[in-house]
Design a protein around this ligand. Structure first.
Ligand SMILES: Nc1ncnc2c1ncn2[C@@H]1O[C@H](COP(=O)(O)OP(=O)(O)O)[C@@H](O)[C@H]1O
Ligand SMILES: [Mg+2]
Length: 446
């Protein structure tokens, strides 16, 4: 993409309505525009990041054997009357009436709808285990939408649902989700710590939230400092292996880590004092096992092979896709702007032409641009007639992890400059080498 043809409405002024850095930077970098309270348009740059996060989520769900689908945003109230949640959900649910006077709602989550799909089509244990998921917009009429996309009213969520014959099978599905979530967040350059949490209106006893540590997080968290040393990394895992998934769950949840809702001061006090941490975190996901709560209420049963019809054991698992855009920025920025991790960056690198209109500099930039795109990379070429300082400021603000700077002086010696946004370090090298370096960085990251 050439910046002169793109739509990147960056703001010079710091927007006064934004209280936290990710919200400020998303507005300044032209990623979002508020449509109404807690509802946002995703402008092209923000939309690219959102799509990259979705792509990682889909990739890791596929690896775990979970099946993608898509359910609608608007749901019939009747399904929610069956589960008893139409009345229980309260004012967060946006209720709508259609022209036939039927009660509808904008889905805050999809347990009822997926259970209805399941009971319509599955009747035998032979079709289990089954995990279906989708990435779809949700609406919750939050009392205090704030912090931009972090607590929106309309937001994008990955929600998945497992169906299993026994509790043991469903707990394996729970563990499998925990592993796949660890991988998902790490690929986005994030550390998200599973913490024992409270189940709220979904119901059930077994639940973990995934929290990214950040001062601006809405949850107070208590944990053993040792937990921040754990990394899933690129180890191999067999998602069908009960033992392997269980072992990862134990590794990542045996140390104390809880949100304020489940915090136990006595247990916390037993951790050596120098390892006790009280901090704040952003909830970027949650997994639940809730047994037969919905399957019993809605008659989702299967034959168990021994002549009985039994309700299936279920769980649900959510990732805050749109919230993650903000969470990643909270975790990765400096005073000049965003610093995107390679896994989610909207463009792989920037090209800055220091002397637009200079025949040699223009030709070198065009050549770089073609070489990068020929390798399947997606560069953003700043080809505007702007001063170098302004171009650098824009690149720093929008946070592309790598920048190639091209100017007549370097070209005389056959070199361009490759700069890391994270470290600020620059290196001179021939243009072909810069292309190779960028290509290697992203193939290592794929
Ligand atoms: N209002 C919101 N705005 C943005 N993301 C949200 C919002 N509410 C929930 N999410 C994201 O969706 C994920 C799954 O939702 P869920 O656990 O059901 O939400 P909650 O814990 O708020 O009830 C959460 O972990 C969070 O990342
Ligand atoms: Mg939650």
């Amino acid at each position: 993409m050439r910046l002169s043809r793109y739509f990147l409405p960056v703001l010079k002024e710091t927007p006064s309505e934004a209280q936290i850095v990710s919200h400020r930077l998303m507005l300044r970098a032209g990623m979002i525009k508020q449509a109404s309270a807690g509802i946002y348009s995703w402008l092209p740059l923000g939309f690219k990041v959102l799509r990259n996060i979705e792509r990682i989520v889909h990739g890791e769900q596929a690896r775990a054997g979970h099946i993608p689908m898509l359910m609608p945003t608007l749901q019939s109230a009747d399904l929610w009357r069956e589960s008893g949640r139409y009345d229980a959900y309260g004012p967060e649910m946006l209720r709508i009436r259609d022209r036939q006077d039927r009660d509808m709602l904008y889905g805050p989550t999809n347990e009822e709808m997926i259970t209805d799909i399941f009971r319509s089509h599955v009747g035998s244990y032979k079709d289990l285990p089954l995990t279906l998921y989708h990435i779809q917009w949700k609406f919750r009429d939050e009392m205090r939408p704030r912090f931009g996309v972090m607590r929106g009213r309309e937001f994008l969520m990955k929600d998945g649902y497992n169906f299993d014959l026994t509790k043991a099978d469903a707990l394996h599905a729970y563990n499998r989700h925990l592993v796949s979530y660890l991988r998902t967040y790490e690929r986005m350059g994030l550390q998200a710590i599973p913490m024992r949490a409270d189940s709220g209106p979904i119901g059930g006893d077994d639940t973990h939230e995934f929290l990214v540590l950040a001062e601006t997080g809405e949850s107070e968290v208590f944990y053993d400092a040792e937990i921040t040393e754990l990394k899933f990394g690129d180890r191999e895992i067999d998602y069908d292996s009960v033992e392997q998934c269980q072992a990862v769950l134990e590794e990542f949840t045996s140390r104390y880590a809880r949100t304020d809702e489940t915090h136990d001061a006595e247990m916390f006090a037993k951790i050596p004092e120098d390892r006790q941490r009280v901090a704040r975190g952003i909830e970027v996901g949650q997994i639940f096992y809730f047994g037969t709560k919905y399957s019993e209420a809605m008659g989702a049963t299967v034959s168990d092979g021994e002549g009985n019809k039994v309700p299936v054991h279920m769980g649900s698992h959510g990732i805050g896709v749109s919230r993650l855009v903000g969470a990643i920025i909270e975790a990765s920025h400096d005073d000049k702007g965003i610093i995107w991790p390679e896994g989610v960056t909207p463009f792989h690198c920037g090209i800055v032409n220091l002397k637009q209109g200079d025949a040699e500099a223009d030709a070198a930039c065009d050549a770089l641009y073609s070489s990068l795109t020929a390798l399947g990379l997606d560069p953003l070429y700043d080809d505007r007639n702007e001063r170098a300082g302004g171009k650098f400021a824009t690149m720093d603000l929008i946070g592309l992890p790598w920048r190639i700077t091209v100017g007549p002086r370097g070209l005389k010696n056959g070199v361009v400059e490759l700069t890391s946004r994270r470290t600020g370090e620059s290196e001179e090298m021939p243009p072909e080498e810069a292309v190779q370096r960028i290509s290697q960085i992203y193939s290592a990251n794929a």
